[in-house]
Design a protein around this ligand. Structure first.
Ligand code: NAD
Length: 321
């Protein structure tokens, strides 16, 4: 499915900015409007290189603003929705803004998408909605059991999006992806936090035992997966997107320590996160059968990512101050 004009929400964040760059390179005829509120996590520096690109427009605004959203939707044919409050620890401190943006904001987008007869609405979600799993992997039909206010708000928005397909026939597709890493990730998240701390000879904090397991995907693969689903996915369906690299937090830490020439003395164990899920794991057979799987392996991508943070101190240093 070709795209002539796309509204991307949250395009100044980590994955949204990588996605916009990916689409503009892959589909030179596609025009993008990026609607982003510029919260602490939204950073215009992430797309500095696109300022003079004629196919790209930036609008600062909130996805909860009905009139603005409705006006923007009248000029596009597809929507890819990334905008969210995304940090679990912040949601544990105060879930209010998570409900506002992730639930009410998504609902505003869905309403406007319906009113403007949008051709495709991709709702970008997370593996965290399924909750923790000791053994095996979640498929798209498993029940949702989110643990944090963040994942509960995302689960709510997934259900709203799917209900707009069932009730009104809005062509919605939901993607649920595992943990992303790569360039332009806000340095409060594990991988960029650890890389940048170690570069500054600061210790890295590990929750509990460090044995919690996550599946990791290089951000470019996530962007490619979303674009694939946008073209070939079926309306009203959910697609899991995973990287196929399950690792404990300690595994990741040792790899980063080694790459930066540091030792275990830089690790500081801290009190575990409340409600900390033990393991996330996705079964991605459905997407594989549709014809897509990730291309990047963890080891070479983490090296590339470390190098990017080493080469781009200008980008992250001011965010950490
Ligand atoms: P991020 O926190 O880096 O970026 C979020 C962006 O949304 C920011 O630019 C922010 O300014 C914008 N935003 C927040 N509230 C807004 C509002 N009310 N109106 C308009 N813009 C607003 O997040 P991310 O890591 O890039 O994640 C993007 C999406 O992908 C989220 O929906 C998240 O749930 C999902 N996801 C993330 C991961 C991951 O590992 N990071 C994994 C799976 C799914």
């Amino acid at each position: 499915m070709k795209c002539s004009k796309m509204l991307v929400t949250g395009g100044c964040g980590f994955i949204g900015s990588n996605f916009i760059r990916y689409i503009l390179e892959k589909w030179p005829e596609c025009k993008i409007i990026n609607l982003d509120k510029l919260t602490y996590a939204g950073n215009p520096d992430n797309l500095k290189d696109l300022e003079s690109n004629h196919n790209y427009d930036f609008i600062q605004g909130d996805i909860c603003q009905y009139e603005l959203v409705n006006e923007l939707m009248s000029s596009v044919d597809q929507v890819v929705h990334f905008a969210a409050e995304s940090h679990v620890d912040r949601s544990i401190e105060d879930g209010d803004v998570f409900v506002k943006t992730n639930v009410l904001g998504t609902h505003t987008l869905l309403r406007c998408a319906l009113e403007n007869k949008i051709d495709r609405f991709i709702h970008v979600s997370t593996d965290e909605v399924y909750g923790s799993i000791k053994e095996g992997s979640f498929t798209e039909t498993d029940i949702l059991k989110p643990s944090s206010p963040y994942s509960s708000s995302k689960a709510s928005s997934d259900l709203l999006a799917l209900s707009y397909y069932t009730t009104y026939g809005l062509p919605v597709i939901v993607t649920r992806c595992t943990n992303n890493f790569g360039p332009y990730q806000y340095p409060e998240k594990l991988i960029p936090l650890f890389i940048t701390n170690l570069m500054d000879d600061k210790k890295v904090p590990i929750y509990g035992t460090g044995l919690n397991v996550r599946d990791w995907i290089y951000v470019e693969d996530h962007c490619a997966g979303i674009d694939f689903v946008r073209q070939w996915g079926k309306e009203g369906e959910i697609y899991n997107i995973g990287g196929g690299s399950e690792l404990t937090n300690l595994d990741i830490t040792y790899r980063i320590l080694e790459a930066l020439g540091k030792d275990e003395s830089m690790v500081q164990y801290v009190e575990d996160r409340r409600g900390h899920d033990y393991r996330y794991s996705l079964d991605c057979t459905k997407l594989k059968q549709l014809g897509w799987q990730p291309e990047h392996d963890f080891d070479s991508s983490i090296k590339k990512t470390i190098q990017w943070y080493m080469d781009n101190r200008w980008w992250w240093e001011k965010l950490k101050q």
